[in-house]
Unconditional design. Sequence first.
Length: 149
Amino acid sequence: MSEGGSDAEKSRDLSDHPGWFGWGYGDGRGGFVLAIHADWPTYPCSPGGVHGLFDLAQFPEGTRFEPMDDIDRCVLFNAYNYDSKKPHPPRDPWSRDAFQVAIWHEDLLRLRKEGLISGVTPISHREWELRRRIEMGWKRGVRYFTKDD
């Protein structure tokens, strides 16, 4: 890409988007590349394997995981209570001495179903979308459309 490219050209440049890029969404045999468009300190491996359980198992029993962000079918958690000196979530969850774990929605649901984790509540895609909109300031009953294209 040339340096003088348009904004549309620049937005198509994969190097302009932080996130995980890899093969193997879903069945593990490859198929297409999924990019997580988040500037996170950690990213999950491809979904469908035991990566989520492996990432959680790096922490001792009793560790708590608080959701920080939810983007592109993944949740970023902040870990705390893994040390008696750190029983509460850190004041700055983005600090260098905070620990984070990112896990795919589908892996969380599978681990819950298998009884390996607790605290995960399945919701419909519609409920998830409503929560996201409310998070962004959307109010029910307000019209957000104009006559302009």
